[in-house]
Design a protein around this ligand. Structure first.
Ligand SMILES: Cc1cc2nc3c(=O)[nH]c(=O)nc-3n(C[C@H](O)[C@H](O)[C@H](O)COP(=O)(O)O)c2cc1C
Length: 204
């Protein structure tokens, strides 16, 4: 299960892959993804990121219902009137994911375990100690030929997610990543040129 692509190939070709086949992923690949995520840095090396890999159809359906509940109103206006062809394509994939999320073989929920109960905006306080692991997971998925995409809309109701996943109230669920073999082809990401987003020393 060694990765046969370079780091650059992974970084520059790690698009959000939303259309995923229902085919099962071998368990060792799922464990490999979490092991890679677990190598990421965290504040004070707290190592409080936690990962729930959901394969159970009933639990996937409940998460998928949350995604529709919060995602559908969020995109409704743009689905009716997409701003351009690119946005139309993106939304078509988001709607596909909404309709098929429960069939995707694994829904990985990235969490942070606080030492105390957390609510409201405090849920996101330590999100920076989870996202490096999420990026490790996405790059490793790419290297293993697995499609994945980070999502957050599905997790807007932390209480509902805690109930679905039996999470203690010290847990924040920060990202849901559907993972599986992609239907489409991997390809390069499209980003602004570095000259637009970087300056040396000071901004002006
Ligand atoms: C913090 C964060 C939250 C995101 N939330 C969602 C989401 O709720 N639903 C979704 O379909 N994609 C979500 N995405 C994926 C982005 O839409 C995607 O990464 C972006 O459009 C770039 O896509 P590309 O890498 O294919 O070019 C999220 C990405 C990030 C980093």
């Amino acid at each position: 299960m060694s990765e046969q692509i370079t780091l650059d190939e992974a970084i520059y070709n790690c698009r959000a892959m939303r259309k995923i086949k229902p085919e099962t992923i071998p368990e060792e690949k799922l464990i490999r993804l979490i092991d890679a995520a677990n190598q990421a840095p965290s504040g004070s090396n707290s190592q409080r990121a936690r990962w729930v890999v959901v394969r159970d159809p009933e639990i996937k359906k409940k998460l998928s219902d949350q995604n529709r509940k919060h995602g559908e109103p969020y995109i409704a206006e743009d689905v009716k009137n997409p701003k351009n062809a690119k946005q139309k394509r993106l939304l078509e994939a988001v709607v596909w994911q909404m309709d098929h999320m429960h069939e995707i073989p694994a829904l990985i929920v990235a969490c942070f375990e606080y030492p105390e109960k957390v609510e409201g905006i405090h849920v996101y306080r330590q999100a920076g100690s989870v996202w490096p692991g999420i990026q490790n997971l996405l790059l490793t998925a790419r290297a293993l030929g697995l499609g994945a995409a980070p999502t957050t809309l599905s997790l807007r109701d932390q209480g509902a997610i805690r109930d679905i996943l039996n999470l203690p109230d010290t847990f924040a669920a920060l990202c849901l990543i559907p993972v599986g073999y992609p239907m489409g082809k991997f390809g390069p990401v499209t980003r602004k040129p570095v000259s637009d987003i970087m300056r040396f020393d000071t901004w002006d």
